[in-house]
Write a protein that binds this ligand. Sequence first.
Ligand SMILES: *[C@@H]1O[C@H](CO)[C@@H](O)[C@H](O)[C@H]1NC(C)=O
Ligand SMILES: *[C@@H]1O[C@H](CO)[C@@H](O)[C@H](O)[C@H]1NC(C)=O
Length: 509
Amino acid sequence: MAILPIHLPDASWYPAKGDRATLFLRFIARRFLVFGILIAFVLFTISRMFYGREAFLEISGTSQERQHSRWPGVRLPPLYSRYHQYELALPQHHWHATSHEDEPKFFFVPGHTWGLGWGNAMQEILLNAYLSYKSNRANERHSRFVFYNYTWNMDPSQDYSDYSGKPIPSRVPLSALIAVNHIIRIEGPIVGGAFPDGQHAPFAIAEEYYRTICEGRKRVLDREEIHKEIGSSMVDPITKGWVQKLSTVDDQCVEVARGQDGGIYTWIIFGEKDAMHDVWADFAASPIITHFRWSPLVELAFDNNREVFAPTTVFEAPLSTIPYAVPSAQRYAMMKGLLALHIRRGDYAVHCDGLANWSSSFLSFNSLQGLETFRIPEGGGWGENTPENIAIYRRHCFPTVEQIVARVSEVLRSESARGLESVYIMTNGAVPWVEELKTALLNTGSFKHVSSSRDTVLNWEQKYVAQAMDMLVGQRAQVFIGNGWSSVTGGVVVMRQANGFHPDSTRFF
Ligand SMILES: *[C@@H]1O[C@H](CO)[C@@H](O)[C@H](O)[C@H]1NC(C)=O
Ligand SMILES: *[C@@H]1O[C@H](CO)[C@@H](O)[C@H](O)[C@H]1NC(C)=O
């Protein structure tokens, strides 16, 4: 079709008017045009039938969505546009109001984690939401938490980013990961939902709304200055310091200036092993944690793969049928008989040596009271370590198949491990390696069933939030063995501890 000139006069071979040949050519051209349109229509209809709605959306999407020269021939990830639209349409956003003065205050921490896995982003989101919640309790005039995308790439012109040669979405709306339900006015306190009954706090708002209505009237607080005053890298004094600071500010739009390491709670704090100790009891009892809920997308992925994690023997209600009001501890009750292992491969081959060279402790989320600890081997230097110490770190951080089997056998002897029958391996490892590990675990004779992240069946939107589904499995397993330096393990550990799992059932390699 494209080679046929639509307007005959545009063609250089178009002869003089009145010519018989011209009339003939015009006749042929029209026929071709009609024929061409007909063919295009038929092909389009067939492709719709074949690939369904998703293919249709891709065809009608932007040219960038259709194909990308950076990853030729590769199907591009979803952009979750309907989740973004849903977030923007939340009823607490008064987009068309003439004045916003009677709205509550807004509190935004912009320097949030980016370019890192979901586990890293999640720990910061939980604490930012907790700080907003505390500030609401302490201050007369309530403030709304400003929630934001899980961001891999800050460049708004890039919808996709490269991760080890594969395209991933640059941004995932938070509502695709964490639940939001403003309609029945309960739960989902982080992503614009309401707090449980009796806990008054205003709905959270989306970053776009904040940016739009606060344009030109933001009160920006200097993180560095406030943290110098606080003089601590523990979460409790930092939170209290900020709550105090916020109580002295009257502006409607309050924002934290991005410090050199990020927002309020940075990687330094998450790497500090005692950072959560003083705040733990209050944090775990706050609705941010007691009413934490994964998104319907994540819960549905869990339900669909329920038999993959561990075969069910009796009827168990799917998570997606449990009412919203049910708190996290009941909703995500223990799956008896299941052992979940979190095993990081890939970049951890190098990362673990780096951790050894800096004699790193477990992360703060993995160092809650009552849990087993990692004793840092002596003799490490400044950015270097002895081969013996590096080997110790590798055993805990990047264990071999033999080391994993040995550690599992050790944990099996503990009281909490009674009745384990199935193993689910949460991993980013390559399939052949994971298969080798599965065989080794089955060969111990201790388990009836072994599966891994590689065995799950996910739809296209679930594929890019699969880490969250894995976390949900880990948090519900009867026994969990994780990686003390991983924030994905950290999210699992925090939920297990908060939901009353015995500390003896939460272990590390
Ligand atoms: C969140 O992500 C969506 C989709 O990529 C984007 O349109 C929106 O601008 C992002 N929000 C912010 C505040 O960056
Ligand atoms: C760790 O230190 C050793 C020497 O002590 C060095 O060979 C290695 O490259 C370092 N690795 C990382 C990831 O820093």
